[in-house]
Design a protein around this ligand. Structure first.
Ligand code: HSE
Length: 323
């Protein structure tokens, strides 16, 4: 392993897709990269605006997760050189923490010869994140349906329909998952639970069968979005009216505050939808960046870097060095 270096590219993800609270996830074409090697002394370099304020010592999440992998595999690699760059906005509902966890697990496992299976990595990631939806999507890619009983997570991956595209509106404010989960009730009405089982099942079946016309009905939710609406002004209007402005359906992305619209890539109404999202949030005094993203079919992918190849991470991924 001496001299060995690996680089991992991990996709962002959207969770829930409306009704599939803590169950459904989809990988998106927005990425984080982690480079990792054994070192004489630990060094952690976080590149880019998204990484501001992330600790660069052994309390760093990537370092800690890597050490969990080594412990699980029964090997010792106490000192690591880690570089990370991410285009995934932090704490906005696009799975930034899940991508960091998955990237660290995959990089550390690859570094020591991949003794842990993908399933084992999925179990570790789910336990760390507390739910399987984002980590499943970042690890396996595509659309991932997963169920966790607190002990084990099982999953099935669905290939995204080739015409499916998404428009995300990322508000400039952050919203922690903890705060957004705190807004949820402890118990729900049986009628609402049945409503969500129906919608979520319909959505999975529609996505699997490529029935994009069913998405608008299937993305409805009564378990979490109504309770979170107060935290994201403009959200209710967007969820209720996005379809009238050209979307196939719309949802809160994960715990928010990002809002995601599903769109047929051949639609002629993309500009109208983008304008509607920006205007609706703007009327609430919320600035938002809009991004067109494709469902990403691949999960975390890694590559071993030749010992003599000293290309810095930022040049390797075609970004300008900011550190
Ligand atoms: N399923 C999670 C939630 C995703 O909605 O709280 C956020 O990480």
């Amino acid at each position: 392993m001496n001299g060995s270096r690996v680089i991992v590219k991990v996709p962002a993800s959207t969770a829930n897709l409306g009704p599939g609270f803590d169950v459904l996830g989809m990988a998106l074409s927005l990425f984080a990269w982690i480079e990792m090697s054994a070192a004489k002394e630990t060094s952690i370099t976080m590149h880019g605006d998204q990484m501001k304020g992330v600790p660069a010592d052994k309390t760093n999440l990537i370092y800690k997760v890597a050490q969990m992998v080594f412990e699980e595999a029964g090997v010792s690699v106490p000192e690591l050189a880690i570089s990370m760059y991410s285009d995934i906005p932090l704490t906005r509902g696009l799975g930034s923490s899940a991508s960091a966890i998955v990237g660290a697990l995959v990089a550390a496992n690859a570094l020591i010869g991949s003794p842990l299976s993908d399933d084992r990595l999925f179990q570790l990631a789910t336990k760390l994140e507390g739910h399987p939806d984002n980590v499943g999507a970042s690890l396996f890619g595509g659309i991932v349906v997963s169920s966790w009983d607190g002990e084990r997570a099982d999953h099935v991956r669905i290939e995204p329909h080739p015409s499916l595209e998404t428009l995300v509106a990322v508000p400039s404010f952050q919203l922690s998952t903890e705060k957004a989960r705190h807004a949820l009730p402890k118990t729900v009405d049986l009628k609402d639970a049945v409503f969500n089982i129906g919608r979520s099942s319909l959505l999975v079946a529609a996505l699997g069968a490529g029935k994009l016309d069913l998405i608008s009905k299937a993305m409805r939710d009564r378990l979490h979005q109504p309770y979170r609406a107060a935290l994201i002004p403009g959200m209710t209007t967007i969820l209720e009216q996005a379809v009238e402005h050209g979307a196939l359906g719309a949802a809160l992305s994960g715990a928010g505050p990002t809002l995601i619209s599903f769109v047929d890539s051949g639609s002629s109404r993309k500009q109208e939808l983008e304008r509607f999202l920006k205007d609706t949030l703007g009327q609430e005094g919320i600035e938002a960046e809009t991004l067109w993203l494709k469902p990403y079919p691949h999960g975390a992918q890694w590559e071993r870097i030749a010992e003599e190849d000293l290309t810095p991470l930022m040049s390797r991924i075609g970004r300008e060095a900011t550190v």
